[in-house]
Design a protein around this ligand. Sequence first.
Ligand code: SF4
Length: 326
Amino acid sequence: MGFADNNRLLNVFDLRTSFSADSFALHAVDNISFYIKKGEIYGLVGESGCGKTITALSIMKLVPPPGEIVGGHIFFEDRDLATLSDRDMEKIRGDRIGMVFQEPMTSLNPVLRVGEQIEETLVAHKNISKEESKSRSIELLRQVGFDKTEKKYLQYPHQLSGGQRQRILIAIAVSCNPSLVIADEPTTALDVATENKILSLLKELVSGYGMSMLFITHNLNIIKRLGQRIGIMYAGRILEQNIVDDFFNEPLHPYSKGLLASIFGIKGNEKRLKAIPGSVPRLSELPTGCKFHPRCSFAMPLCREEEPPIREIGNEKWVRCFLYQN
Ligand code: SF4
């Protein structure tokens, strides 16, 4: 895999994030590599506990202790975030990288007016006056879909619906015109109609601002709608990386095929949904060899002994599976 490419905004290379206890370490993110190009939405998809949120927190350098990055690189705008000090990282968070998380209520300050919360980010990172930051905040409220923006500016989080609070978080995330936004399950707590509106808004903002986005979700349908490229994560590893259209036409990894069959049905028989047997392994009880082998109907003796390496399948596609080794 080549990693030197001017078109790549974020280059995560062999990243490993572990949680250590007295005598052992659990590798929540285990040597993953992926990149995000300028202006694209990259979907990182996996079931709960697969390591996708720890990946996002690693990029932001916000992994809670005892977790820590123990290996690899996170190249972003000519710097390796993995080696940056907390102080330098604080300048990047909120300014060059915006964040939108799942629970807007816990991410917002309940005793501060929402307009002031947008302003706080602007004032922290941009050298602008109080008047400028207020008018920019009101403009951001308009951009994320509010009318009566002067009134909205004065409201508190509890006076807003879940969807409106998520719009406020999105306004904060894009307020400093970041080059990357990390969205971690931003619509999971919302009803379907509100989710649709928020997804449309995110898509508009990405193209309007020329940003890139790392979109983390368990929902393949969202990436089908929004994303250009996709990574499938399982047990702390990325098992497949693909172009979104190709992935939905012809997924490579047996786990990807299982995920699609469980959502869209078996090809040619859309109504027959097929669940993947078994469940996601705990980090403390990972199987030997390929981490998917206990659930894989194609497993061979080799799969129980060795972990498959990455195999490139074509331009921007690769897979970790022995079925593709020859
Ligand atoms: Fe299945 Fe083996 Fe491929 Fe793993 S390496 S996905 S067990 S065929």
